[in-house]
Ligand binder design. Structure first.
Ligand SMILES: CC(C)(COP(=O)(O)OP(=O)(O)OC[C@H]1O[C@@H](n2cnc3c(N)ncnc32)[C@H](O)[C@@H]1OP(=O)(O)O)[C@@H](O)C(=O)NCCC(=O)NCCS
Length: 209
């Protein structure tokens, strides 16, 4: 007998955090996405094409809108509450409704790094996933050599569960990926700083850190 279909409650959008607003994408966002993802420092740790084009961004927006309509994938725009400025993307994708399990992802435009933005949005999405959607587990993968993302996940309570060898192919090179998971009972919400989110100098990541 096929398993009973499980309905996952929908998230109500937009979602707010103390400093940020997570909203559904619109077609008008495509040029902004393409502009931020033109920065190789942002895309070199995520499985995206080296040259991310406006067409790629439009395709992404269509997928994001389909996901929100379906209620199982929330690829959301990160904007600064005070200014409305678009500064990145975060996503929660239900991978198995039956098992109440989802996947988490995010990127932040480089001028906004190291201000707690990723931690603030990831924390809020995890909270929404566990409390509003009733999910049990969130998982994600981090390419070896991405200490910033590891730091974000560790502070929320994610634990390393293993390594997926040669999981991503980035710049023609296969890269190992650390697989991390978080159960609802382990989640530690992040309390963001009160400092406003502003564009800083383009922080360069320490290579191989
Ligand atoms: C990973 C990423 C989303 C982090 O965004 P962010 O808004 O700067 O993250 P936060 O400010 O919330 O936290 C980053 C933490 O990593 C730490 N960090 C950053 N670079 C680091 C480095 N080279 N070594 C060690 N820690 C580092 C920061 O100090 C910070 O911790 P702190 O608040 O205790 O100081 C951002 O760097 C990014 O978009 N990278 C490219 C895309 C990507 O890798 N996405 C994730 C895929 S799994």
């Amino acid at each position: 007998m096929p398993p009973t279909k499980v309905d996952i409650p929908r998230l109500r959008l937009p979602i707010t955090t103390p400093r940020l607003l997570l909203r559904a994408y619109t077609v008008r966002d495509a040029p902004r996405i393409a502009r931020w993802l033109h920065d190789r420092e942002v895309t070199r740790t995520v499985p995206l094409w080296r040259s991310y084009t406006l067409d790629d961004a439009r395709t992404f927006v269509r997928k994001a809108r389909r996901g929100v309509r379906a209620g199982d994938t929330y690829l959301l725009a990160i904007t600064v509450r005070e200014t409305g400025k678009y500064i990145g993307s975060c996503g929660l994708e239900v991978r198995s409704a039956r098992d109440r399990r989802a996947h988490l992802g995010y990127w932040v435009a480089r001028p906004y790094w190291r201000q707690g933005v990723a931690s603030e949005v990831a924390s809020r999405l995890c909270e929404a996933a566990f409390r509003s959607m009733g999910l049990h587990r969130i998982e994600t993968g981090v390419v070896r050599g991405n200490p910033a993302s590891r730091a974000v996940l560790a502070r929320l309570g994610f634990r390393t569960e293993g390594w997926a060898r040669d999981n991503f192919r980035i710049d023609g090179e296969y890269r190992d990926c650390e697989m991390l998971g978080l159960l609802a009972s382990e989640f530690r919400p992040y309390v963001p700083p009160t400092k406003p989110v502003i564009a800083g100098p383009n922080v360069r990541r320490k290579r191989g850190a």
